[in-house]
Structure formats: structure tokens, C-alpha cells
Design a protein around this ligand. Structure first.
Ligand code: ADQ
Length: 468
């Protein structure tokens, strides 16, 4: 394989321990080929739209190249189109999308800026891997500048059914851009099927063989590549002092209680108000859970400058206050809600001390918290995963207790089953889940995607690019 070039909105320095599983996996792949990682610097600087200063640094064998954005580009590309239109729509929330902001121009401009700045760094046999919804048009822009390299795209968030996609003004431009790639990776088979149906109906694409679609004079391969975690890294994090200290503190503090845990970014896709209502239903319907079940919900601040996020913050605060006010005792608070970022190193200890994890997003591309919770468990006395059927992870983690998060009564009943589950059943489920998570880890994901990309055939030169 040629040199790997990764392009994503943000770039993580692989030498830093806070980088997380994705950065670690990508950097391993990058290190093998002496690769390059390109993205936004995270800095907003004075300047003209469509321009930005470049920064370069060498992180071992990996070159990190980033570009600054001006305020207008950041607001239109990042806040406006990526997070104000694509994020809600791809999570099936047309009601939250802001189509009026007219931010698509800035989205296109930043993709053009990325392409223009990246091209001088590219070598003819590079393999380019583009990540996520911020950069859907990037391959089209690169092709327009003459790039012939193999280019793959991985979508970390869900792809909704055609009828929802088709509601985006300019969806045909956006989706047409996908045909500039050689390989498209989705988190689940469901997402992949949505892509197939969309291009058949909207672009009259033909399936030339399984997973290969032809339209606009190009052929694109599409497949499901469910992302995994770095199991060994998380296991060693769980054994490290910060996590074991957290575990003992939690075990002592809650020795008489049954601990439930939720860890999410504070995002409307994560189903937090629904989860709290289901927990309230649990306390109402099953009185034995009172003075016992305690939910620790960590919701780290996220995208606070996008307006839909402040609504959910207030809803959550008022729900937590009402549950604690109505059910709490002098020595028992049913919900501990923490609206702060908790250090990644402490999370495995919290997971291990918890009897049940509530991972109940209304929609999620994958959800890695579900996998991390399982890996952190004591295999002799493991906790139970309650998982939304609408998380991509549900296609893989079949031994979790699957719930419909919109059904608060049903979710409460399933949480009660999880709290009551006998040890033998917990062990069996945990063992099966671990097997899957270990087999399909982040290294598998990276290798599977890059091997599939390498196998895609050289394409004809035609570009499906359409002017906005
Ligand atoms: P996210 O929406 O951020 O990612 P998720 O997969 O749950 O969702 O988490 C990614 C990482 O962030 C995990 O390592 C997790 O531990 C960490 N994390 C989440 N909440 C945290 C918190 N409150 N404090 C500390 N760490 C936290 C997007 C998609 C997902 C997809 C991932 C990867 O939305 O569906 O699984 O990308 O592809």
C-alpha cells in the first residue's frame, strides 16, 4: 500500500495519551506508511473566507498538517452546515435542522480550501482516507484539482433513509459528491442499505455487483465497517491507578446501592431526557428500586454554540431536579448528574463499579461507550448493558438487552430485568459480547477498510462533480 493520508475535521496528536482509540488506531496505520494527517487546526483567526494559514509538525513518522479558519468559514462550515444541518438530519431530526442559515456555501468553501491546501502534499500513489460528515464533498474537490489517488470515505454517524436525505436542499449535490470516492464505509448494514436505496431512487444508480454502485460515469464500492475500540488499551486503562482508585471509591460510596451509569456528550441524539424519564418510570413502577438504584449520568458539554443544544441542557436539568425532589431521601439521591468532562482515565473504574450501563441514544452511528463499558467489567461479576436498538452497536452487540428508547415503560421494565439478572446469565452475555468486541476491534476496522480501499479498481477519469 502507498502512503496513508488521513483527512478529518480535527487532527489528534497520536503521541498524546488523551488521543483516544480512533487516533491510536489511525496513527498506527499512519506510522506504518510514514503518513500524513490533515485537518482544521481548531483555531479561528482573522482572515478572508476560503483562506487560512497552514501549520506543520512532525509527530514521529507522522506529519500533522492543519489549517486555520476565519470566523465566517468556521460558523458556516462547522456550526452552520455540518452541525446545524447534516448532524440533525443524519440523526433523523429534520425538525432541528436549520435550512435557512444558507451555510452550504461556507461548507463548500472550506472543503475547497482543504483540497487546495492538501494537494501540494500529495504523492501519486498515496491512499487518502477522509472522515465524516464535515468533508463529504472533499473527494469531488480533490478530483477537480486532478487527483487520481484511491480515496475512501468513512461516515461515523448514521445515514438515514432516502426520504429523510431527500429533504435536504441540495441533497443531490451532496450525495453526488460521494461518487468521487472509490470506497464508502458505513457503521452498519442498515446505513449501507439506506445508501443503496437512495442512489437507486434518486440517482438511478445501478448495482453492478454486490455493494458496487454505478452512476454519473463512476463506480463506488460501499460497505459496512463497524468501528471498534482498542481493547488492549482500554483494558490497561482499567488496570491503571486512576481507574482502580475510582472503582474503590465508587464501591465504598455506593456499597448499599445498585449503580447505573450513563456517559455521553450532551447531545440530543443521545436520548438523555428519554433515559431519565425511563429511570423515573423504574422508580415509580418498581418500588424496590427506591433507596437503592442510583443513576450517575455524565453529560459532557458539547457544541454549546449550536442553539438546539441549550434546549436539551435545560430540559435535562429540570428533569434531574424533579426526580431528585420527588423521590430523593435525606441519604439517597436517585440521580447524580454531572455536566462536566470526566477524565477518560477514570471512566473504566466508574464502569466497573456499575451494575448497569444505560446506552440509549435515539440514534447513533455506533456508540463506543457501549463497547468500553463491556471491556471494563470484571468478568467474574460483570454488569449488564442496556442498549438502544437504534445505536449502530446494536447490530453487533446482540447479547446486550436491547430497548426502544422512545418506549419509556418498556425501557424501565428492561432496566429492572438488568438489575435482577442472575450472575450466570450476566457472565454468559458478557463473555459473548467480549468475543465480538475483541474480534472486531479498532485495528480490524482500520485494516478491513484499508484493504477494501486498496482492492477498488482504478477508475476512469470522468468526474461526477456538479457545480453548486
Ligand atoms: P460520539 O458521538 O462522540 O462519536 P461515542 O461513540 O459514544 O460518540 O464516543 C466516542 C468517544 O468519546 C468514546 O471513546 C467515549 O468514551 C468518549 N466519550 C463520550 N462521552 C464522554 C464523556 N462524557 N466523557 C468522556 N469521554 C466521553 C461519533 C458517533 C458515534 C461513533 C463515534 C466513532 O456519533 O456513533 O461511535 O463517532 O465512530
Amino acid at each position: 500500500m502507498g502512503r496513508l493520508v488521513v483527512v478529518s475535521n480535527r487532527v489528534a496528536d497520536p503521541r498524546k495519551t488523551s488521543a483516544g482509540g480512533l487516533a491510536v488506531a489511525l496513527s498506527q496505520a499512519l506510522q506504518k506508511t510514514g503518513g500524513l494527517w490533515f485537518g482544521w487546526s481548531g483555531r479561528i483567526e482573522e482572515g478572508a473566507p476560503g483562506e487560512g494559514e497552514l501549520h506543520q509538525q512532525q509527530a514521529g513518522p507522522v506529519k500533522l498538517v492543519t489549517v486555520d479558519l476565519c470566523r465566517q468559514d468556521h460558523d458556516e462550515y462547522y456550526l452552520g452546515y455540518s452541525n446545524g444541518v447534516l448532524w440533525p438530519v443524519f440523526h433523523y431530526r429534520l425538525d432541528l435542522a436549520d435550512f435557512e442559515a444558507n451555510s452550504i456555501g461556507g461548507y463548500r468553501r472550506v472543503n475547497q480550501l482543504f483540497a487546495r491546501k492538501l494537494v501540494p502534499y500529495l504523492l501519486p500513489d498515496d491512499v487518502i482516507w477522509v472522515h465524516d460528515y464535515h468533508l463529504i464533498p472533499l473527494a469531488g474537490e480533490l478530483r477537480a484539482l486532478g487527483c487520481r489517488q484511491h480515496i475512501g470515505f468513512f461516515l461515523h454517524i448514521p445515514l438515514p433513509p432516502p426520504q429523510i436525505l431527500a429533504a435536504i436542499p441540495g441533497h443531490d449535490w451532496l450525495l453526488r459528491g460521494l461518487f468521487s470516492y472509490d470506497l464508502l464505509g458505513f457503521q452498519s448494514q442498515t446505513d449501507c442499505d439506506h445508501f443503496g436505496r437512495y442512489v437507486e431512487v434518486e440517482a438511478h444508480a445501478q448495482q453492478v455487483e454486490k455493494g458496487r454502485w454505478r452512476a454519473f460515469g463512476r463506480t463506488v464500492q460501499a460497505g459496512a465497517f463497524p468501528i471498534g475500540i482498542d481493547v488492549e488499551e482500554f483494558e490497561s486503562l482499567a488496570r491503571a491507578p486512576e481507574a482502580t482508585d475510582m472503582y474503590h471509591r465508587m464501591k465504598n460510596e455506593y456499597s448499599r446501592r445498585k449503580l447505573l451509569v450513563g456517559v455521553d456528550r450532551l447531545d440530543y441524539s443521545k436520548g438523555l431526557p428519554h433515559r431519565l424519564r425511563a429511570f423515573r418510570e423504574l422508580l415509580t413502577k418498581y418500588p424496590e428500586t427506591r433507596d437503592s438504584a442510583t443513576l450517575i449520568q455524565i453529560a459532557s458539554p458539547s457544541r454549546e454554540d449550536v442553539s438546539a443544544y441549550s434546549d436539551i441542557l435545560h430540559e435535562l436539568e429540570s428533569l434531574c431536579g424533579a426526580i431528585n425532589g420527588n423521590f430523593g431521601e435525606l441519604d439517597w439521591m436517585p440521580v447524580r448528574y454531572i455536566h462536566r468532562t470526566v477524565a477518560r482515565a477514570r471512566l473504566p473504574g466508574l464502569y466497573r463499579a456499575s451494575r448497569v450501563a444505560l446506552v440509549t441514544p435515539l440514534r447513533d452511528g455506533m456508540n463506543l461507550v457501549a463497547k468500553e463499558f463491556i471491556v471494563a467489567q470484571d468478568r467474574e461479576d460483570p454488569g449488564v448493558l442496556v442498549l438502544s436498538r437504534f445505536a449502530g452497536a446494536a447490530e453487533q452487540l446482540k447479547e446486550a438487552l436491547l430497548v426502544n428508547p422512545f418506549d419509556m415503560e418498556g425501557t424501565a421494565a428492561t432496566i429492572q430485568v438488568a438489575l435482577q439478572m442472575p450472575l450466570e446469565e450476566r457472565r454468559q452475555r458478557h463473555q459473548e459480547l467480549m468475543r465480538t468486541i475483541r474480534q472486531y476491534d479498532v485495528q480490524w476496522w482500520c485494516d478491513a477498510f484499508l484493504q477494501a480501499l486498496a482492492k477498488t479498481q482504478a477508475q476512469e477519469t470522468g468526474t461526477p462533480w456538479l457545480r453548486l
